[in-house]
Design a protein around this ligand. Structure first.
Ligand SMILES: Cc1ncc(COP(=O)(O)O)c(C=O)c1O
Length: 336
């Protein structure tokens, strides 16, 4: 693919291109229509170097240092890092899948609300548009950024995102869909921000690696991304089932996220379990998990572990899931 899209036959790579490689924007626009029921103009799409870069662009373009960004608790740690580095004040609001967000009794002006898209990370359950709507009515943020990292073909109704609104932005990434080393993603922005934010992307970061963007565009136009997404979503569902079965009957386990085609799974423990110590003990056994409590607000007592199914499959996954269970069981019995 690289040989077929590079110079000299591809003159588009010989100059700059505002906000990213044009054909990739078109390919993403069509992909979003097919997979997310999102219908936008090509100009509303900005190519990014992945989610973090997209969130950074939102922070720089839409907020000033000291402004407030509202996030859910538990949150995606990476977004919190980017907002912290951008000098924003972070307000974390606990979210429960059945009852929604704990709304503040009083709050100052909120510039950005950053919410996970259709599928919550790190809880790994579907989100609810009604909860997000209630949150946005209470906080009246100037802009709402949804991180559409995980999705199924039929869960777009969980998004608040609306291509005709003046305040909704969508952040997307190929890190989960394909692999993190690709470092490619996209933003979909309101029409009135399309020109300025495309220009800002190019002024600050140029347009990224356009050769990689050209390859990805061709991969999508050839139908290979659709085929890959169908296959990997089925695969992840099977892998999640394997881990789920090992985890759900362990002592102190309150809940395990239902198997889904997401890349990560979350197990919640009874209050008081030291999830940080457990994660450290597992790391010594080369079992890499992320504790839940450090990504929760101070007022949110949830504890648990977040783990991914992206790296293991087949017999290796079955073996490692059993090993995880055997190591976790004594740690949980000791109430670590
Ligand atoms: C919610 C969420 N967004 C985005 C990402 C990935 O970000 P990037 O596209 O920068 O690799 C992750 C990775 O774990 C994630 O969990």
């Amino acid at each position: 693919l690289y040989a077929s899209v590079t110079v000299p036959q591809n003159a588009l790579l010989l100059s700059y291109s505002t906000g990213g490689y044009g054909p990739l924007k078109r390919a993403i626009r069509e992909f979003l229509a097919r997979w997310r029921n999102i219908h936008c103009d090509t100009e509303q799409i900005i190519i990014t170097d992945g989610t973090h870069n997209g969130i950074e662009l939102c922070a720089v373009a839409l907020a000033d240092v000291g402004d407030t960004v509202a996030m859910e608790s538990p949150c995606y740690w990476g977004a919190r890092n980017v907002f912290t580095a951008a000098g924003l004040n972070i307000d974390m609001l606990p979210w429960q899948p059945d009852t929604g967000h704990t709304l503040p009794t009083a709050s100052g002006p909120v510039t950005l609300a950053y919410l996970t898209g259709s599928h919550h990370y790190p809880l790994s359950v579907p989100t609810r548009a009604a909860h997000k709507q209630r949150l946005c009515e209470a906080l009246a943020p100037r802009y709402v950024v949804e991180d559409d990292y995980e999705f199924n073909r039929d869960d777009h109704a969980n998004l608040l995102f609306d291509t005709t609104s003046e305040r909704h932005l969508l952040v997307g990434s190929f890190s989960k869909m394909m692999f993190p080393g690709l470092r490619l993603g996209y933003l979909v922005v309101p029409r009135h921000l399309a020109g300025p934010m495309n220009r800002l992307r190019s002024e600050l970061f140029r347009e990224g690696r356009m050769l990689d963007q050209a390859v990805l565009a061709q991969f999508i136009f050839d139908g290979d991304l659709d085929a890959w997404c169908r296959r990997i979503q089925r695969d992840y569902l099977g892998r999640q089932q394997v881990l789920h079965d090992q985890l759900c009957s362990l002592p102190q386990v309150r809940s395990v996220s239902p198997p889904s085609s997401a890349i990560s799974l979350c197990v919640e423990f009874a209050p008081g379990v030291n999830d940080v110590a457990i994660a450290q003990a597992l790391l010594k056994e080369h079992l890499i998990v992320r504790p839940l409590s450090p990504v929760c607000a101070a007022s949110d007592p949830r504890v648990g572990l977040v783990m991914g199914v992206g790296m293991l499959s087949g017999e290796t996954l079955a073996r490692e899931a059993q090993r995880l269970r055997r190591r976790l069981e004594p740690l949980l019995r000791q109430g670590h």
